[in-house]
Structure formats: structure tokens, C-alpha cells
Design a protein around this ligand. Structure first.
Ligand code: IVH
Length: 682
């Protein structure tokens, strides 16, 4: 009968699927176990959290579909891995569980729905939201106010006794303040501030030692040192986010626990907030993700936990995680990928910069396939080799960076990078002078340099020639129409029409844009010339003092050095530049081409007149100096610290105390996007 045939073929189909699933489950378990060992025991993970999570999720999904494949020792059924033998074992009084994750708003809402259902409440019970600090989990015991033990999480039941090392952490009080309860066990997170992580990696690399892939590994590695003196030399911090048990005090809510911790002199998560609706939690999550880089530690999400302990007790826990808390995970900012090649690019000053060609990888919603490697020494410092698996980070809008290799997965086929002997663009020798970090192609006529100089000349902060991007500049050079910036001013519409991508309209537009640039202020021309050490600020000082390019070109070195704080380095560079015969030719040609810089100075009646700005953190598209110049050019004032007279705080990545001060004073803040918008509209 057709139905029978149908169902038996269905069964056969399921059997085949089960066989496939069994194989995959086994594979996944082996991989997860391996990564657990690397992470928990060696504190040296090989894959990012996101990749690890994906493996666990796939395994959990298969086990859900085929429950017959679940075994007691599956990684989904356990809390963690075995502790190492470096430290004495420390049995936890309560198992230190992990947290379940929510990866999007739907999963977060589903968690709330489950909580409400299980508690039988209508609406959302009060919850606490906190940053999920990306550090090392610790359990700390105080008896009569004295620190008696600090232990890592280990497998959740037995951790490692790291008391001696933990005692070196200055934010961990050895004696509690105020009136401590008789006995207290608390959970917290040890972390290394991001700035300290960067400093530590720099030092390690300079000493030829392996780097840490991220601040968490650095914290774990520092806490698990054999010698507490090494731990002491690493500025670790600790904050506490949970009560395990207390004797001699009555605490009913998480909020009370955090208050008690504070009163006892213990750090608590910055930015914790009590919320009473799902909407409030969602707002908190969005806000925190937006400013995740303004914290001194890394965070990989938000932890949402019920405030009332009675409700927590009612919900209980699975073998792995409590039901009363959930971690909302942010998108990962770190991935591993393979370093396929290292190539070099040549800049306008002839600096030869190596860059990484990566197997494309998505990080924080953007595909990364290239990353600068700065210079030869930096590659050696990080011990990066072609063919390596590498950790790539892209924190917020910050340019992607190759942080470190994963040496443990090397096959032996990896190759060290050596700087090419000849320039890839002109085949002239590449050289590196004694005491210099950078390598140079010293051929001023090198096509790569000519192109980079032209693009710089036309760029927004210099002569701002609209419609002249890199591609057009390259075409003009290739066709022999332009050799140096002055040639632009001799171009005519007929020269351009017929070039690829140039209709009559585009040709006329470019010629009009070039014409407009003839009257740009002197300071912009000085920037456009690309004189070493002369950025917008020095250019403005020179323009204000000398008023014409000829006067700058004539000025003796000692006079230049004393102008408004320019100093000897800039003075030397300016003199050297104008003494070159090719510079003199270029200046003549610019004049013959009709370039007549107009007088300039800050626009005192500009659209930002009377407004005071402070800039904090790192901006992705402008240096601090450039931001200052742009504000001042529009008549605004730039101050160095936030006060009551500050109108706007421009907030970049990793903003710190200034942001806090602005919040206190109620100063208006704007992020980089908004700031650029204000500049372009003003
Ligand atoms: S509450 C039962 N709050 O995240 C677990 N954990 O992925 C209760 N973590 O091992 C933990 N910041 O060490 C909590 N604000 C925070 C946290 C936090 C980081 C860690 C915690 C745990 C891990 C779970």
C-alpha cells in the first residue's frame, strides 16, 4: 500500500539522517572538548567565542532533534572542563554555573515569557541589567571580613586556588570595609583593562614573547601565573556581580547585594541598572552596546537577572545554568581567519607599508579581507607568519587589526615575511635607514607615490578637488595626462572626454572642480603639498605668518623654527622640501596654472562661532588635530577638558573620564557620525 511504502521510506530517510547526525555529533563533541581544554585548562583558546558558540549551538540543535544521541558526557550536559594541576584544587560550596545566551531580541523576549510563565506573574518581574564583563570568573570567600580564598571556576564544581595571585590585585580588598558579615562568598570577574592589555602586548612583543589574543586571555594568563610577582606586575582588576552565600546578613535582592558589596569596598559592574519592563531592558541593551567601548573593560553582552532572590529560588537552575538569568550576547568583534599573504603598499612619502591579505571574515557585520601590519618590526614582534591562523579584531568602528597568530595550529608550512628588496610599483630598491622603523622607496617618480601624492593633494582636508578620487587620479596618470598636482591645472575638457567613465558632463564637472580649487586658502595648499610633519595645524600657522607660498619658500630655517611653536623638526622639513629643485618647479607650475590661494584664517563669524567643543576618545575618520582644525575653521573653540562652559562633547571610541564628566554636567554629546554631519552642514 502506498501509505506503508511512504512511512517505511520515511523511516529509512530518518535512519540515514540519524547516521549522519551521529557522525556530526561525534565530530562536534571532539572539537568542543578540544576547545574547552584550550580555553579552561590552558587559558589559550584557538577560536573566537562566536565560533565556539556556533559549534555548541549546532550540537545542541542536533541533540534536540535526535534525543537518542544525548550522552551524559556530552559537552552540552556539563558545566566546563577539568581544572589543571598547576594550582591546588578548590571545591566550590555551590556549583558555579554558566549562563544561557540570547542572541537577539526575540530570544530575550522568549526568556522573559518563560520567566513570567514559570513564576505565574503577569508582566515582567524586576530585573537587574549589567555589562557582561569579558574576563575570568572567580569565587572569593571572606571570613569575618578577611580574604581567605579566591578560586577560578574550573569545571564549575572544583576550581583552582589562586588566592596568592589574587591577593596581588589591588582592587581586591584583603580586609573588607564597614561592617562585614561573618562569612561571605561572592562571584566576580577579574579583567585586564583594554589599555593595559595593549601595553602588555606591546611589551611582550618587544621582548620576543608570544602575545595574548585578547584582554580575557591576558587576564587568565596573568591570574594563572606560577609566580605571584608576575601577576602583581599586571594591573588586573576585579568587580563582583553575584552573591553565592552569606552568613550574618539578610539579603533579599540582587540590588541589596550590590549595595552591600559597595559598602564593603568591593567593586561592582559599572552601569548596572534595575529595570521593570522588557522595553526598558531592550533600551538598556541598545544603549550599552552603543557605548561598549567607553568602558575600561571589554564586554561581550548584557546579563539580565531577576532582582528578587525568592523568585530566583523558585525558578532554580538546570545542570548548566540558572533559569533566573540570561546573557544577551553582542556581536563578536573578534574572529580567527587565515593570513593568506603579506603584501606591501607604497605611500606618498615613499613609505612601504606591509598589509595582511586575509581569508575574508565577517566581524561585527563587516567583511574584513585586508588589514595594515604597520611595519616589518611589528610583524616580527607579533611573530606573524604567512599561512598562520590569526586572530583579527575590529572593535566598533576601529580599523581591523591582526592581533596575534595561533601558533598551536601551525603545520610547519608557514613562512616568515621579509621586506621585498625592490618596490613593487617601480622596481627601485627599498631601503631602511639605521634607526628608522619604516622602509622607503626613495624614487620620487615611483608611480605609486605619484598617485598617492595626487590623491592626497585632491583630498578633502587638502585642496578638496571634488570628483577626483583614486580611480580617476590613476586614469589621469596612466594616460600620461598628469605627472604631478600642478598638471591638473592645465587640463582641459577635451583632454578628459573619451577617457573611460568620462562623458562630457563628467569631464566638465572635474574641470570646474579643479578651477574651484585654484582659490583654496594657502593652508590647504600647504597641506596638499604633503610636506613631512606639516599637517593642518602647522600649515595654518605657516599660512597665517607668511601669507604666500613664496614667502614660506624663502623663509630661513631659524625663522621657521620660532614661528608660533613650530619647532626645529617642522622647520627642517619645510626647508628641505622647498630646497628641492622639483619643489621649485612645482610651485612655478602651480602659479602658471592659475593657483592663487586666497587669504585665510579662522572664520571668526563662522557657523560654530561662540561654541566650545571638547573631543574625547579616538575618532575613526579624523585625528584629534584634524577635528580641532575643522572646528576652528568654522569659528568654534576647542577646549581640553569638559566644564560648564563646554557646549558639545564629541565622543570617539574608548572615551573615558570626559564622557563621565559630560554626563555629570549634562553636556550635550555627539558621536562621530553626528559630528561629521554637523561639520558638513556648517
Ligand atoms: S551573573 C550563575 N553577571 O559570565 C551565573 N555573570 O558566561 C551568574 N559574567 O561565568 C553569573 N559578567 O563569570 C553574571 N555581570 C555579570 C557577569 C557575569 C560576566 C560571567 C560569569 C559567568 C559567565 C557566563
Amino acid at each position: 500500500m502506498p501509505t506503508t511504502t511512504g512511512s517505511s521510506s520515511l523511516r529509512r530517510g530518518r535512519d540515514a539522517e540519524l547516521t549522519r547526525a551521529r557522525k556530526r555529533v561525534e565530530e562536534l563533541r571532539a572539537r568542543i572538548e578540544h576547545h574547552d581544554y584550550r580555553y579552561y585548562v590552558l587559558a589559550a583558546p584557538e577560536v573566537s567565542d562566536a565560533e565556539y558558540d556556533a559549534l555548541v549551538r549546532e550540537l545542541a540543535g542536533l541533540e534536540q532533534r535526535f534525543p537518542e544521541l544525548i550522552t551524559k558526557d556530552s559537552p552540552t550536559q556539563r558545566v566546563g572542563e577539568r581544572p589543571s594541576t598547576l594550582f591546588a584544587p578548590a571545591r566550590h560550596s555551590e556549583p558555579l554555573l554558566s549562563l544561557d545566551n540570547a542572541f537577539d531580541a526575540d530570544e530575550l523576549r522568549a526568556w522573559f515569557a518563560r520567566v513570567e510563565k514559570n513564576l505565574g506573574t503577569r508582566g515582567c518581574p524586576p530585573v537587574f541589567c549589567e555589562p557582561k564583563i569579558d574576563g575570568v570568573s572567580v569565587a572569593v570567600v571572606y571570613e569575618r571580613g578577611r580574604l581567605v580564598r579566591a578560586a577560578t571556576r574550573g569545571d564549575g564544581f572544583v576550581g583552582e586556588d589562586v588566592t596568592a595571585n589574587a591577593r596581588t590585585i589591588r582592587s581586591l580588598p584583603t580586609r573588607l570595609r564597614g561592617s562585614p558579615p561573618e562569612s561571605l562568598e561572592i562571584r566576580g570577574e577579574v579583567f585586564l583593562p583594554v589599555a593595559e592589555f595593549e601595553r602588555l602586548n606591546f611589551e611582550l612583543g618587544s621582548a620576543g614573547r608570544p602575545l595574548f589574543a585578547n584582554p580575557r586571555n591576558a587576564a587568565a594568563g596573568s591570574l594563572r601565573q606560577k609566580d605571584p610577582k608576575v601577576t602583581a606586575s599586571r594591573p588586573l582588576r576585579v568587580v563582583f556581580h553575584g552573591l553565592v552565600r552569606v552568613r550574618g546578613a539578610v539579603l533579599e535582592t540582587h540590588g541589596e547585594a550590590l549595595e552591600l558589596f559597595r559598602a564593603l569596598g568591593l567593586g561592582v559592574p559599572a552601569g548596572a541598572r534595575r529595570c521593570t519592563s522588557v522595553g526598558e531592558v531592550e533600551t538598556y541593551v541598545r544603549e550599552l552596546e552603543g557605548r561598549r567601548h567607553s568602558f575600561e573593560h571589554e564586554m561581550d553582552g548584557v546579563v539580565v537577572k531577576l532582582d528578587e532572590y525568592d523568585a530566583c529560588a523558585e525558578l532554580g537552575a538546570t545542570s548548566k545554568a540558572p533559569r533566573w538569568a540570561i546573557a544577551f550576547k553582542f556581536a563578536s568583534e573578534e574572529q580567527t581567519t587565515s593570513l593568506k599573504d603579506v603584501r606591501v603598499s607604497v605611500g606618498r612619502t615613499g613609505v612601504v607599508t606591509p598589509f595582511a591579505v586575509l581569508e575574508p571574515v565577517r566581524i561585527g557585520g563587516v567583511t574584513v579581507s585586508l588589514a595594515t601590519l604597520h611595519n616589518e618590526d611589528e610583524i616580527a614582534r607579533k611573530d606573524l607568519r604567512i599561512g598562520d591562523t590569526v586572530v583579527v579584531r575590529r572593535a566598533g568602528d576601529v580599523i581591523p587589526e591582526v592581533v596575534a597568530p595561533v601558533p598551536s595550529v601551525r603545520t610547519g608550512a608557514e613562512r616568515r615575511f621579509t621586506m621585498p628588496r625592490r618596490c613593487p610599483a617601480c622596481d627601485e630598491p627599498i631601503s631602511r635607514d639605521a634607526g628608522e622603523i619604516a622602509s622607503y622607496c626613495k624614487n620620487l617618480g615611483c608611480p605609486a607615490q605619484v598617485l598617492a601624492r595626487l590623491v592626497h593633494f585632491a583630498s578633502r582636508s587638502a585642496m578638496d578637488v571634488q570628483h577626483l578620487g583614486e580611480r580617476t587620479a590613476a586614469t589621469l596618470i596612466e594616460r600620461g595626462l598628469v605627472d604631478d598636482p600642478a598638471d591638473l591645472f592645465f587640463l582641459e575638457v577635451e583632454d578628459l572626454s573619451g577617457l573611460p567613465g568620462f562623458g562630457p558632463r563628467a569631464a566638465a564637472n572635474l574641470i570646474a572642480a579643479i578651477d574651484e580649487a585654484r582659490a583654496r586658502p594657502l593652508e590647504r595648499l600647504l597641506v596638499g603639498l604633503g610636506i613631512r610633519h606639516v599637517g593642518p595645524r602647522a600649515a595654518r600657522v605657516l599660512a597665517e605668518q607668511f601669507r604666500s607660498i613664496e614667502a614660506v619658500a624663502r623663509a630661513p630655517e631659524d625663522e621657521l623654527a620660532t614661528v608660533n611653536g613650530l619647532g626645529p623638526v617642522v622647520a627642517r622639513a619645510v626647508r628641505e622640501f622647498f630646497e628641492r629643485p622639483e619643489t621649485r618647479r612645482l610651485i612655478d607650475d602651480l602659479r602658471r596654472g592659475g593657483v592663487r590661494p586666497r587669504e585665510s584664517g579662522p572664520d571668526r563669524a563662522g557657523p560654530l562661532a561662540g561654541k566650545t567643543f571638547v573631543v574625547t576618545g579616538t575618532l575613526a575618520t579624523l585625528s584629534r588635530e584634524e577635528a580641532k582644525d575643522r572646528i576652528e575653521a568654522l569659528g568654534g573653540r576647542v577646549a581640553s577638558s569638559v566644564s560648564r562652559s563646554t557646549d558639545y562633547l564629541v565622543v570617539g571610541e574608548r572615551a573615558g573620564s570626559k564622557l563621565a564628566a559630560a554626563r555629570r554636567l549634562g553636556t550635550t554629546t555627539m558621536d562621530e557620525e553626528r559630528f561629521l554631519d554637523v561639520l558638513s552642514r556648517s
